[in-house]
Design a protein around this ligand. Structure first.
Ligand code: FES
Length: 220
């Protein structure tokens, strides 16, 4: 799914600590995901308006992110607020990074460009236990078809729920490119029950799943 078409899962919440950033790709579009010191996540185009450096290489300072190259600083709305080479300059409002809508749900950070997009709904989703993300060399449509054959129920194109040994797993499906897909896996259940051995068990399951998906025959 493209960002214009709805909410796309892009990274596990637990993978992004406060004051850090990372780069992700959705259908060929490069995004920076960063979390400010207060814990709020931001999803933007991964390109500094100055000379195009990836902002995912930058540094988070409080509620700003600073570009690695020349240190231009952007606030949480993507507006440039400080240019080190011109410290007294009142930075023009036109110097701004394109931003995306973002939301954290089910232990995953989601993004979209559509103000009307509805977040997929999963009944009885309360506390979650993160498992891991995996990256599969196969198209998203093909991955989803294979998972559905294995029992995945998909309330939306980007989200499925699978019951394994009576444990409910949620799988977020992210199109990276026409031939690459990311899966973000969490357990729909409290860490008080699932953290530790069962969490590790499903992390191993997910690693094996990647191998199976890449080597399975196409679903007719
Ligand atoms: S390229 Fe980002 S500050 Fe120059």
């Amino acid at each position: 799914m493209k960002l214009e078409e709805g909410w796309v899962p892009i990274v596990l919440s637990s993978s992004l600590e406060a004051a850090t950033s990372t780069g992700v790709v959705v259908d060929g579009r490069e995004l920076v995901v960063w979390r400010d010191n207060s814990g709020e996540a931001h999803v933007w185009e991964d390109r500094c308006p100055h000379r195009g450096m990836r902002l995912s290489f930058g540094f988070v300072r409080g509620d700003h992110i600073a570009c690695l190259y020349h240190g231009w600083q952007y606030d949480g709305a993507g507006q440039c607020r400080h240019i080190p080479a011109h410290p007294s300059l009142d930075v023009p409002s036109t110097i701004k990074v394109p931003t995306y809508l973002s939301q954290e749900r089910y232990g995953v950070i989601w993004a979209t460009t559509s103000a009307d997009a509805l977040m997929p709904d999963v009944a009885s989703a309360g506390e979650i236990t993160p498992v891991r993300s995996l990256y599969v060399d196969r198209p998203a449509k093909s991955v989803r078809a294979m998972l559905e054959q294995a029992g995945l129920e998909c309330p939306s194109e980007t989200l499925g729920v699978l019951s394994l040994n009576a444990d409910p797993l949620l799988v977020g499906i992210q199109t990276i490119s026409p031939v690459k897909t990311a899966l973000h896996v969490v357990i729909l259940g409290t860490p008080a029950v699932y953290a530790g051995a069962r969490q590790k068990h499903y992390a191993t399951w997910a690693a094996n799943l990647r191998f199976s998906l890449e080597h399975a025959a196409e679903v007719a």
